[in-house]
Design a protein around this ligand. Structure first.
Ligand SMILES: Cc1ncc(C[n+]2csc(CCOP(=O)(O)OP(=O)(O)O)c2C)c(N)n1
Ligand SMILES: [Mg+2]
Length: 711
């Protein structure tokens, strides 16, 4: 009897109806058929890469069944085809990416297939590095909580908004859990009790490397059980119904605000790692046979038939309908053109907000107040006023808070940064907007991406440039690429402040490093390096208000000098990027420099003028990406001599770029070879005499200039 059968089915299938199960089958089967079609197209050279979601389909469909598309967020990876289909990405959209079509809505032909993105569905643009999605996912969850606060109402419209019980789903493979960023993400998800659902799709291999090499003991779910508050679930990801049930509990826990969850889904990988891999080289036939028996598409098909939900004929008809849809979508997409060469440079930076434009230039309209003070104070004042102007600005990093344990603030003065740049900001704006991160640089930058993607404005601190490197993957492969790789769908206008440089007499090799050129080389990142308090104030304001990621380099040695002090220039004082400053006029030669060598260059120029009566022009670039080539060229056309000075190493340094460009574009105007003064190609020693001999000094600049003038 129907009335008796209904509850039995409901119980058996966790409340899912026959139609639900058929929908699940459509998803897993279509996913597999898209992979098969792509493999065919790749073999015909009609697409250029293929990586399949085969074996992961049932787990993916189960996740999709529980997600609220467009309310929850996905920070996923390349095996999530079924999950994305379940959320609403269409087969046609998937093929647009495989053929590299200009119309590919996820990336405009930028990304390999299986790197989806959708603004509408809250699928964050996927990248290829393993596990880099974990920290942005955690950041997005924090951002959701921040946006849910009543204080956020004032600026909610300028953000992604939030949903009451939203969950951020982060997926990754078993091998990827060996990456430190996964553990950094778990750390923050647990300490902050965030609604993040980590899904480890464990197919037993990372390309050819079996799971026990990446995971001690071979089981990630066993390994993470000690994380406080983390709900850990293990499931057979090949079985749709078992997965559906596991994710039911997982989502309920996260939605109720109890904290993060890790679902360990055991899946298979029947199609090799990608079409460039042949698993027969490292997987014995017996193992492949066992995997084939767990094929999730077959398992679900068998269940539908054996449980009488579909007849063999109905199943065949359903498959035929899916096949037809897949073939039609592939044919339609394959007919479309790739983006033309005119689109190569699109979306490297914001197309609408140009921080080099006059809109960011109020340099000639300062409204000074107070006496002259240090660079530290003016950066602090700029942060203070910008945070008052825009509630979306949030500050974190190592030691940046006044005190993580807020209740002790009545007893102590508070820390506010190892250089005191952020001192007092927590007291003013609370620990919701100014807080300490764990001691983990990728964590700092990665989380910021998640916040920024949702329309907030993180201004984060990397304590020392010497320790920026754990964040390199986030900076270069995530932050810098997000707008470009998503065809403008997403952006992450994060400001990363970082103390840089030497001349500390005792800074040693790990507190004296330069290396700005490593970042100036990366498309999509803006690099700024002020030499005076006033410039720092104006450039930081531009960095915060612009719509691109900015690496804001604050020279430690310049934080508290007397020669570069300034008065606070007011709440609207902005200096555009790419606008150099002539700090000393002259006609005999041009010195182009930035950072701590500006003062040394001016000192050298003064001495030379005293000795010879010849005046050398000194130009402070102030920003390196973009840099003010027009100012350099105009000066060299007048002086006919060029010396580039920087603290960073000489070999492959910023001076190499300027010298090459001068040789190319200014050759007819040069009366002498372009010269460089820079650090010796060695790390900076602790002994002050070593430091002095390593970093460029005013004497070195003076001597180079004398030689240049004598040429
Ligand atoms: C940081 C980084 N290192 C190496 C690679 C190359 N690579 C791509 S996928 C992969 C294996 C990933 O294995 P796993 O996490 O188990 O995911 P699966 O592909 O098995 O689903 C490797 C080494 C990469 N993409 N990123
Ligand atoms: Mg794997």
């Amino acid at each position: 009897m129907a009335t008796e059968a209904a509850p039995e089915t409901a119980e058996k299938h966790f409340g899912l109806s026959k139609d639900d199960l058929i929908r699940a089958f459509r998803i897993v089967y279509t996913s597999r058929r898209i992979d098969d079609k792509e493999i065919q197209l790749k073999r015909q050279n009609r697409i250029f890469f293929q990586i399949s979601g085969a074996g992961h389909e049932a787990a993916g469909a189960a996740i999709a069944f529980h997600m609220k598309a467009g309310a929850d967020w996905l920070f996923g990876y390349y095996r999530d085809r079924a999950l994305c289909l379940g959320l609403g990405v269409t087969p046609y959209e998937m093929f647009l990416q495989s053929v590299g079509a200009a119309e590919d809505s996820a990336s405009g032909g930028r990304q390999m297939p299986s790197h989806w993105a959708s603004r509408k569905l809250n699928i964050f643009t996927m990248s290829s590095p393993t596990a880099t999605e974990c920290l942005p996912g955690v950041g997005a969850a924090e951002a959701g909580r921040f946006l849910a606060r009543p204080e956020a109402r004032a600026f909610l419209e300028a953000t992604s908004g939030f949903s009451e019980d939203e969950v951020v789903v982060v997926t990754l493979g078993d091998g990827s859990t060996a990456e430190g960023e996964f553990w950094e993400a778990l750390t923050t998800a647990c300490t902050l009790k965030l609604p993040v659902l980590f899904v480890v799709e464990d197919n037993g291999y990372a390309i050819s490397v079996p799971v026990e090499v990446n995971t001690p003991g071979g089981s990630i779910s066993k390994l993470v059980r000690g994380f406080p508050g983390l709900f850990v679930v293990e499931t057979d990801g090949c079985d749709f119904l078992e997965s559906y049930d596991a994710f039911r509990w997982a989502f309920a826990y996260a939605r109720e605000g109890k904290g993060p969850v890790l679902v360990h889904a055991h899946v298979v990988r029947p199609y090799s790692h990608s079409l460039s891999d042949d698993e027969r080289l490292y997987k014995p036939a017996s193992e492949r046979k066992k995997e084939a028996e767990r094929d999730p598409v077959e398992l679900l098909a068998r269940r539908l038939v054996t449980e009488g939900l579909l007849s063999e004929e109905e199943l065949a008809l359903l498959k035929a309908a899916c096949d037809a849809e897949v073939n039609e979508a592939a044919d339609r997409a394959a007919a479309l053109p790739q983006p033309g060469p005119e689109r190569v440079l699109e979306n490297v930076c914001s197309p609408s907000v140009d921080p080099a434009s006059p809109a960011f230039d109020t340099e000639d309209r300062p409204e000074f107040s107070g006496g002259v003070t240090t660079m530290v104070d003016l950066i602090n004042a700029c942060l203070r006023d910008e945070m008052a102007r825009d509630g979306r600005i949030v500050v974190w990093g190592e030691d940046v808070a006044d005190a993580s344990r807020e209740e002790i603030l009545s007893e102590v003065k508070g820390k506010g940064g190892v250089f005191k740049v952020t001192a007092g900001l927590q007291k003013l704006y609370g620990k919701g907007r100014v807080f300490n991160s764990p001691l983990a640089e990728a964590n700092i930058v990665g989380r910021a991406i998640g916040w920024a993607a949702r329309g907030l404005k993180p201004v984060v601190e990397i304590q020392f440039f010497d320790y920026i490197w754990p964040a390199m993957l986030q900076l270069r492969d995530e932050l810098a690429t997000i707008r470009w790789r998503s065809g403008g769908l997403f952006s992450a206008p994060v400001v990363v402040r970082c103390a840089i440089g030497g001349y500390l007499t005792g800074g040693g090799p790990y507190h004296s490093q330069s290396g700005e050129v490593t970042f100036a080389h990366i498309p999509g990142l803006r690099i700024v390096m002020p030499s005076s308090a006033l410039d720092a104030s104006g450039l930081l304001r531009t960095a915060i208000r612009c719509d691109d990621p900015v690496l804001f380099l604050e020279h430690k040695h310049l934080y508290r000098q007397t020669h570069n002090k300034g008065a606070y220039p007011g709440r609207e004082f902005m200096i555009p990027f790419g606008k150099a400053k002539t700090v000393r006029p002259g006609t005999a030669a041009t010195v182009v420099t930035y950072g701590a060598t500006v003062f040394r260059s001016v000192t050298a120029a003064h001495r030379l003028a005293d000795e010879t009566g010849r005046e050398v022009e000194v130009i402070d670039l102030r920003s390196l990406a973009p840099y003010d080539w027009a100012a350099v060229a105009a000066s060299v056309k007048r002086t006919n001599r060029l010396l580039v000075v920087h603290e960073d190493w000489q070999t492959h340094g910023f001076g190499a770029e300027l010298a090459a460009r001068a040789a190319d574009e200014l050759f007819p105007f040069l009366d002498a070879p372009v010269r460089r003064v820079a650090a010796k190609d060695v790390f900076c020693g602790y002994a002050p005499r070593l430091e002095e001999a390593t970093l460029p000094q005013a004497d070195d600049i003076h001597d180079a200039l004398a030689a240049l003038l004598a040429f």
